[in-house]
Design a protein around this ligand. Structure first.
Ligand code: IPD
Ligand code: CA
Ligand code: CA
Length: 262
């Protein structure tokens, strides 16, 4: 596969930030036993990775703007192009020594995800996609799964937990969906969930209350892998509303119908 100059820049930045995260992840395992715990350490690791991404991307494309989970918004002189970055998606996993976390970098052009990268630096799985050029994992072309029946599907979701989400609403969705699918999963990284839908590992995914940096890269990955993505009203306002459903055409439609009917 031929990598565009834009994607080369994104990959270099993510690999550098990934090395920093992996070093810190090693430390986190030692800190599990300390009384203070690794929480402060993890937020430093998070900020460090974001600094690296910002520095590298800014150097390569000085005019682009930024929306970063930790650093917020930074206007660019180019009004069309904006990086949307989550330097560490799956913070709770990272904090607990669970190797399921990702760096998520998207380039949004005129409001629409144009290029996306999702990288798990522990497993060294790199998912990339650019509009019109397909989706890849470690340079191999990926496609969404072809299954058509929910009864054969493994579906991934987000779940409410202490201080987050609407438990009653989720309980209804769970009751509607769980009996209809072969398996239900929750990884703790929405970016990873979307990358795995793009790679055909999960058949579909839905979640509410997300932020643009959790899903911007995943949206282009799923689309370029031949999949479909919408918000939970069936529209395209995922980045504004923060809710999302993804899968192949049939899976997305059927899962959306269950979520809306719950
Ligand atoms: C979280 C993860 C998780 C999702 C949460 C997000 P963070 O991001 O994507 O899967 O359920 O809503 O906030 O905090 O680990 O960057
Ligand atoms: Ca996140
Ligand atoms: Ca994060």
């Amino acid at each position: 596969m031929i990598r565009s100059p834009l994607m080369t820049v994104m990959v270099q930045a993510a690999r550098k930030a990934g090395r920093s995260l992996v070093r810190d992840f090693g430390e986190v395992e030692n800190l599990q036993v300390s009384l203070k715990g690794p929480a402060n350490f993890v937020s430093n690791a998070d900020r460090k990775a974001e600094r690296i991404l910002h520095e590298e991307l800014k150097k390569a494309r000085p005019n682009f703007g930024f929306l970063m989970e930790e650093g917020g918004e930074e206007a660019g002189t180019d009004p069309s192009n904006r990086w949307i970055i989550d330097p560490l998606d799956g913070t709770t996993n990272f904090l607990h020594g669970i190797p399921l976390f990702t760096i998520s970098v998207a380039l949004v052009r005129d409001g629409v995800p144009f290029a996306g990268l999702i990288f798990n630096p522990v497993t060294d799985e790199l998912f990339i996609a650019e509009k019109g050029a397909g989706a890849f994992m470690n340079d191999r072309r990926i496609r969404v799964a072809a299954r058509r029946a929910l009864s054969d599907s493994v579906v991934c979701c987000g779940m409410p937990h202490m201080g987050r989400g609407n438990l009653g609403g989720f309980a209804k969705e769970y009751a509607a969906i769980a009996p209809k699918v072969a398996g239900l999963r929750r990884t703790g990284s929405a970016a990873l969930d979307l990358a795995w839908v793009a790679a055909g590992r999960f058949d579909a995914f839905w979640e509410r209350n997300l932020s643009a940096w959790d899903i911007a890269a995943g949206i282009i990955l799923v689309r370029e892998a031949g999949g479909y993505v919408s918000d939970l009203d069936g529209g395209e306002k995922m980045l504004d509303k923060g809710d999302i459903v993804a899968g192949n055409e049939t899976m997305r439609r059927d899962l959306l119908a269950l979520v809306r009917g719950a």
